[in-house]
Design a binder for this molecule. Sequence first.
Ligand SMILES: NC(=O)c1ccc[n+]([C@@H]2O[C@H](COP(=O)([O-])OP(=O)(O)OC[C@H]3O[C@@H](n4cnc5c(N)ncnc54)[C@H](OP(=O)(O)O)[C@@H]3O)[C@@H](O)[C@H]2O)c1
Length: 245
Amino acid sequence: MSAPFTADLTGRTALITGASSGIGHAIADLYLRNGATVVGVHRRAVTGHASGYVPVIADLGEPAQVRAAAEEVLRQHRVDILVNNAGLNIRHPFEDFPGEDWDRVQQLNIRAVMELTQLIGRPMLERGAGVVINLASMLSFTGGFTASAYAASKGAIAQLTKSVANEWAPKGVRVNAIAPGFIATEMNVALVADKTRNRQILERIPAGRWGTAQDIAGAALFLASDAARFVHGTVLPVDGGYLAR
Ligand SMILES: NC(=O)c1ccc[n+]([C@@H]2O[C@H](COP(=O)([O-])OP(=O)(O)OC[C@H]3O[C@@H](n4cnc5c(N)ncnc54)[C@H](OP(=O)(O)O)[C@@H]3O)[C@@H](O)[C@H]2O)c1
């Protein structure tokens, strides 16, 4: 096991959505280890985080709960770093895609991100300082297969990241996105288990392996830290070279 990544986040508070598992859990762990206070928003009770972790239970698939969660957090915390990580993929052939599944994906993956970024971002703008990190995807760049709602939402995330970065960079708030490649988390259990798809995926990744949630956490630590102080509006692929192939 290599040494954990380091960057000093002492005194900063991060709000991370979807910190109960996968990538969000790994980002929360790494931020905590680097001195941050972490407020995590998710539906499940969470285990395994170090002290300094503050859970807020909310379903971001429900518009009213997005606002309520943001208000609850802002009553008690000054948020320096917002990580919009919670996300959902529902697969159907496009011609049969049910409207209600389409809406569920858009609500969590883009609408909740837009609203949370407004609510948490406004106090950052007043202070003239803050960091927003959105979770994009390979499907921000490619179309994928039977994932049209997800691809549409992640394409929107990439564009939202750039537009908000343009507006907020002059006001001291940095907005960026990470586009993870194939990462072995709960979201991909079925793909990892499918021998044929797994082989096809590995053949396309120059690094020759699935990514880990910790690989993405390293990029999230960089973007949150002062090492990234001149990085605005980027969508950073962390993909073992997948997009370069
Ligand atoms: N894994 C990959 O290969 C990959 C690739 C590209 C992009 N991404 C993106 O990276 C992000 C994290 O993915 P992951 O693989 O870590 O996913 P994951 O393991 O499935 O975790 C998703 C997280 O989102 C939370 N969540 C789901 N629905 C929610 C809701 N309605 N309200 C509040 N929280 C909710 C879940 O917590 P609860 O169940 O407790 O609510 C969980 O903590 C997503 O935006 C995903 O699109 C992942």
